[in-house]
Ligand binder design. Structure first.
Ligand code: 8YV
Length: 309
């Protein structure tokens, strides 16, 4: 049996249903009772970015062999527990890199050029009353990236196309990178116009964007988060924006999705997206195929396509 933790692509659910005895976790509000009755038959968990496999679930599934996550970020999977128990873990890297990087540039442009606000202005019939106010140029700005992995690098390449200077923070300097390295996030924030969060969520990167970082980015600085909501101290973000200490924010991910701080709804210097970095037909289908491919490889005893653990 395969346990699917949350709604995902219908295609993925259909394929899982065809191939396995599929349990949908959300259909069992009495989780403990469900686990008592079915734990013995569950050999795989399919997680998403919102629901993975925590220590409690792993402990409750004695026959669990593999966690195949429909996401590149695996912060909802207890990797240490999996290692300890010999449970394999796979994710969906690479197939979504372009998509997330494209959306990041979209968010930057939407924020600086106020595309969403302009659209609202036209729809409200306000154009006839006068010209729209001037906005901010993107080309040539300095873009600071936290996390120069697959996605961070893809964002950097795109920003280079806009003649931006690129700098970054990561735990260690990348020797073969031509971009400027800052050993602290505050230094990075002090030296860029647009700060992009593109690192995995771990204990170390939780609230990596705090009050000090936002103040360093400053009233002319823009924050872009396409990582995880918990990278940002959200109440601090709200006050930085309300108090004008931060220029603006483009946000695809929030601390308590799908809940978004309502104080942000009235602000025009924010662009708010419902966690759609990878959300195209092409990419979500490729992610689903990778989830299915990893499960198939595992059950056939073949090498996993994208193993993490
Ligand atoms: C989610 C994501 O996978 O890959 C990630 O880490 O956050 C997204 O691509 C998607 O929202 C499905 O949960």
């Amino acid at each position: 049996g395969v346990l699917l933790m949350a709604h995902s692509l219908p295609y993925l659910e259909q394929e899982l249903e065809k191939r396995y005895n599929l349990f949908r976790m959300w259909e069992y509000p009495q989780k403990a009772q469900f686990l008592k009755q079915n734990a013995a038959s569950i050999r795989a968990v399919v997680g998403t970015s919102s629901a993975g496999a925590d220590a409690e679930l792993i402990e409750a599934l004695p026959k669990l062999e593999i966690v195949s996550s429909f996401s590149v970020g695996v912060d909802k999977v207890d990797l240490n527990k999996c290692k300890e128990k010999g449970i394999r873990v796979t994710n969906t890297p690479d197939v979504l890199t372009d998509e997330v990087a494209d959306l990041t540039i979209g968010l930057i442009l939407a924020l600086l050029r106020r595309i969403c606000e302009c659209d609202r202005y036209v729809r409200a019939g306000k154009w006839k009353q006068g010209d729209y106010k001037l906005t901010t140029k993107f080309s040539g700005k300095t873009v600071g990236i936290i996390g120069l992995g697959r996605i961070g690098t893809a964002i950097a390449k795109r920003a280079e196309g806009f003649n931006c200077s690129i700098c970054y923070y990561s735990r260690t300097e990348k020797r073969d990178s031509k971009y400027k390295y800052y050993p602290s996030v505050v230094e990075l924030a002090s030296n860029c116009h647009i700060l992009v969060v593109a690192c995995p969520l771990t204990e170390e990167t939780h609230h990596i964007i705090n009050r000090e970082v936002m103040n360093a980015l400053g009233p002319k600085g823009y924050l872009i988060n396409i990582g995880r909501g918990k990278h940002v101290d959200e109440p601090e973000l709200v006050s930085a924006l309300l108090e004008g200490r931060l220029g603006g924010a483009g946000i695809d991910v929030f601390e308590c999705e799908p809940n978004v701080p309502e104080e942000l709804f009235g602000l025009e210097n924010v662009v708010l997206l419902p966690h759609v970095g990878s959300a195209t037909v092409e990419t979500r289908t490729a992610m689903a195929d990778l989830v299915l491919g990893n499960l198939e490889a595992h059950f056939l005893g073949k090498p996993l396509l994208t193993p993490l653990v």
